[in-house]
Design a protein around this ligand. Structure first.
Ligand SMILES: [Zn+2]
Length: 125
């Protein structure tokens, strides 16, 4: 499958949590992915919703605006956590395949390393 260049994860899918409603919105690039990658991305986004990442980001907006490095660290940990959620549900390999092709994700290297470690059996999901 061809490499996807200079794009952002949000072009593919994004979790939305407004308190009374939670959903995953997919972008146009989502439909160009393989079925296993689509499922892996949806499970990753469901991980964000189940772990209340989106809601917690809303609550932390004042902190995030004042301390961008803290915000970046929280976002990175949430991405890794959602990836572990997807891996725990059996989607580590298609998620890894997707991440090796996508660009524009600042946490890409750490996410790939974590998924590879999980697949190698070195890290529990
Ligand atoms: Zn994510």
């Amino acid at each position: 499958m061809a490499e996807i260049l200079d794009t952002d994860w949000d072009v593919f899918a994004h979790a939305v949590d407004v308190g009374f409603a939670r959903c995953v919105v997919v972008g146009p690039a989502f439909w160009a992915l393989s079925e296993s990658e689509q499922v892996a991305i949806l499970v990753h986004e469901i991980g964000h919703l189940r772990k209340l990442h989106v809601f917690s980001r809303l609550l932390l907006i004042p902190v995030l605006l004042c301390f961008p490095r803290v915000a970046r660290r929280i976002a990175r940990e949430q991405e890794l956590s959602a990836d572990r959620f997807a891996a725990l549900h059996g989607h580590a390999l298609p998620l890894l395949r997707f991440l090796t092709r996508v660009r524009g994700d600042p946490d890409r290297s750490a996410r790939i390393a974590q998924l590879q470690a999980i697949l190698d059996g070195g890290v529990d999901a």
